[in-house]
Design a binder for this molecule. Structure first.
Ligand SMILES: [Zn+2]
Length: 90
């Protein structure tokens, strides 16, 4: 990790849907800031919920990378059973 990503706010366990959606907003802000890029994901970051408020999938994941040091961070949420995390690595 480098100075761009060493103070990134990681979440060991999402305890509520709101904590997950806040993390998605945080990830969008990291990418908008220009130091991180989206590597992969199973839905758009803007589309984890549709217009009716339904989750895009039972398990939603996104992988981002720090462009300065190439460290990857993954965000995965089980919207069906609850749980998930935002952490270092895949
Ligand atoms: Zn970095």
């Amino acid at each position: 990790m480098c100075e761009k990503c060493s103070d990134i706010k990681l979440v060991k366990l999402f305890r509520s849907p709101m904590e997950y959606t806040q993390t998605v907003e945080y990830i969008k802000a990291l990418i908008a800031g220009g130091d991180f890029t989206l590597v992969s994901g199973n839905c758009p970051l803007d589309g984890v919920k549709d217009a009716d408020g339904h989750w895009a999938d039972d398990i939603i994941y996104h992988l981002i990378r720090c462009e300065n040091c190439k460290q990857e961070f993954s965000c995965c949420c089980n919207t069906y059973r609850g749980g998930g995390s935002f952490g270092k690595g895949r």
